[in-house]
Design a protein around this ligand. Structure first.
Ligand SMILES: Nc1ncnc2c1ncn2[C@@H]1O[C@H](COP(=O)(O)OP(=O)(O)OP(=O)(O)O)[C@@H](O)[C@H]1O
Length: 388
């Protein structure tokens, strides 16, 4: 007997950043911070380093973080030896673990960022997903529903990490194979055998990517169904517009991988003329509709889009917690300032209920007063932190 109720047994474990050290990251020459497991509120003037700190935490997951910055950009101006981020994470499931990441020297590119777990180099930054899940919401995402499909695809692919930690790597491998195919097609006498091999790889990866996205859509839709009808953030209807994903839903019996491979082969003259691959999961779009208004998200007002996005991100956070067993660390950049008092209180209630540690920023400390001792407060100024 554990003495825990069924409800408690289902609750994901809290993962908390207990120590954070930064070296040469953005405007932080060096930072050493001890934290309690409570939420973290960072307030300070514009340009003081609040978002930079959230960005550093976002680098404790694979990918290019909440700003999608290049690694030279996040390295402090003038620092010759790259940047380093170290954190001690605490979780009931594994105790405490030291994770680290950084970039040495002038290395650039997605594969260059290294990850260390308890001092040992990991095969890739994907290993960080075994110790925490990090989900963010930042002002840069405000145009998600009106901007390019590529941004929504990236958002979608990050959501898929909730069910498949290898998904990000698969997407990168697919894109690399596609770039090789595009290059080969432009050559005057391209090697047909080589093209066959690349297309077979694209078909295998592309079908797996589409299947994982379709599965995620199914799960997120069921999660949204379980949320209260009259919550503070509107519910969304999400679906995928993409040939492969649609066929997975409508004709599951077909051998999609073989179909896609054949489509790529048959499409060579068309793609050669276009100078790029015109069919595949790299063209998929995530369509989001505002359910109460029955309207495409892109047609909603700025405030409505923001509320819809918050709702979607919180639904994803809940799903991630349920599937991984770890309540995600939330990075909420400049969110509280855009909400009225009622919605702000509701947001604080939801993040408590999700069970994870949340990092929040704003210029006005008073907006977070309601958190009381559920949060630790810091003021940020010129890349240094003081008690808030
Ligand atoms: N590579 C870098 N090296 C040194 N400083 C940098 C680097 N990149 C950005 N900065 C500085 O970091 C500061 C911005 O910090 P940040 O975006 O975290 O501000 P913020 O506190 O979130 O501000 P706001 O309230 O305006 O969003 C700017 O002054 C910028 O010049």
């Amino acid at each position: 007997m554990t003495g825990r109720t069924k409800e408690e047994e289902r609750r994901p474990d809290r993962v908390a950043v207990r120590r954070l050290r930064l070296a040469h990251f953005r405007n932080y020459s060096g930072l050493s911070l001890s934290l309690s497991p409570a939420h973290v509120v960072l307030t300070g003037e514009n340009g003081s380093g609040k978002t930079n700190l959230l960005e550093a935490v976002s680098f404790l997951s694979p990918g290019r973080g909440l700003r999608r910055a290049t690694y030279p950009d996040v390295t402090q101006n003038g620092a010759p030896d790259g940047f380093a981020i170290h954190a001690a994470l605490e979780c009931a499931a594994y105790g405490e673990v030291e994770v680290g990441t950084g970039l040495a020297g002038n290395a650039i590119g997605d594969t260059a960022r290294k990850a260390r777990i308890n001092g040992a180099q990991a095969a890739s930054a994907d290993a960080l997903l075994d110790y925490s899940r990090i989900i963010w919401l930042a002002p840069a995402m405000d145009g998600l529903f009106t901007g390019p499909a590529a941004d929504r695809r990236r958002f979608l692919d990050r959501m898929v990490l909730a069910i498949d930690t290898a998904h990000g790597r698969r997407v990168l491998d697919y894109e690399k194979a596609m770039r090789s195919r595009n290059r080969l097609l432009t050559e005057e006498r391209s090697d047909a055998g080589w093209l066959d091999a690349i297309e077979a790889q694209m078909a295998e990866l592309g079908t797996a990517i589409a299947a994982a996205r379709a599965e995620l859509m199914h799960l997120i839709t069921s999660m949204i169904e379980r949320l209260p009808q009259e919550g503070p953030f509107p519910r969304s209807d999400c679906f995928l517009e993409g040939a492969l994903e649609e066929r997975i839903a409508s004709t599951p019996a077909v051998d999609l991988e073989e179909d896609f491979r054949r489509a790529l082969r048959d499409g060579r003259p068309r793609d050669r003329a276009a100078g790029r691959t015109l069919e595949g999961p790299h063209r998929t779009d995530l369509i989001v509709r505002h359910r109460p208004k029955s309207m495409p998200a892109g047609l909603c007002s700025t405030g409505e889009q923001k509320a819809l996005l918050i709702g979607l991100v919180l639904a994803h956070a809940r799903l991630t917690g349920e599937l991984s067993g770890m309540a995600p660390i939330l990075l909420l950049d400049e969110i509280a300032a855009h909400l009225d008092e009622g919605r702000r209180a509701a947001l604080f209630g939801i993040i408590d209920d999700l069970g994870g540690q949340a990092f929040m920023t704003g210029t006005d400390r008073a907006l977070f007063d309601a958190l009381g001792d559920r949060a630790q407060f810091f003021t940020v100024s010129g890349g240094t932190l003081g008690a808030g």
